[in-house]
Design a protein around this ligand. Structure first.
Ligand code: FES
Length: 199
């Protein structure tokens, strides 16, 4: 197992480059727990990252680093999964048809954008200008979100919102859904990020 951290839904990876100034003082960068397998050089070159998700509980998110980006793994609750189809009319690209070769591999071109309905794997970088959205998993009215909020992610930079499948809402600055990276299950509890098949 390499870099990973269980996140109860409240922490945020901040990409410092493009829009840190717009984020404000209320957000704090959360460092990854570093390990040295694979090496930093290999990681930068895009070495696949193996992740153990056995400790991930429903409603929790785990973050790993792949190619210098945060990759989120969320174990969705049955309620979160059930809410997804109802959101289609509010989304910009509910069927993930935009830039599918870049954003959504064939095995994730479905309502859940995932191989297994309960497990979301997505790159935690907003498709607008590259900030990292915040977890807003709790449904209902709250600041900066609509009263009928169903749970998802809010980008603090310019207000783009994404559902629990990383699908962007309509009329937001972000043009596209969050990217689903190439990945494959090695077992029920282990995912390899960065490869689609074992060699
Ligand atoms: S970077 Fe602008 S809304 Fe996310």
């Amino acid at each position: 197992m390499t870099d990973q951290k269980i996140d109860g839904g409240k922490r945020t990876w901040i990409i410092a480059s493009s829009c840190a100034g717009a984020i404000g003082a209320g957000f704090v960068a959360v460092p990854f727990i570093k390990s040295f397998e694979p090496s930093e050089r290999a990681r930068a070159a895009g070495a696949p990252v193996e992740v153990d998700i056995s400790a991930l509980k429903p409603g929790e998110k785990l973050t790993v680093e792949w190619r210098g980006q945060p990759v989120w793994i969320v174990r969705r609750t049955p309620e979160q999964i059930a809410a997804l189809p109802k959101l289609d009319p509010e989304l910009a690209d509910p069927k993930s048809q935009r830039n599918p070769d870049e954003l959504t591999p064939p095995y994730a071109r479905n309502e859940n954008r995932s191989i297994k309905p309960e497990i979301l794997v997505t790159v935690g970088i907003c498709t607008h200008l590259g900030c990292s959205p915040s977890d807003k998993f709790v449904p209902g009215p709250q600041p900066s979100l609509p009263d009928n909020w169903a749970g998802g992610f809010l980008c603090p930079c310019h207000g783009s919102t994404f559902d629990m499948a990383g699908r962007v809402y309509k009329d937001k600055p972000a043009p596209d859904n969050l990217e689903v990276p190439p990945h494959v299950y090695l077992s029920d509890s282990r995912i390899l990020i960065g490869e689609e098949k074992r060699a």
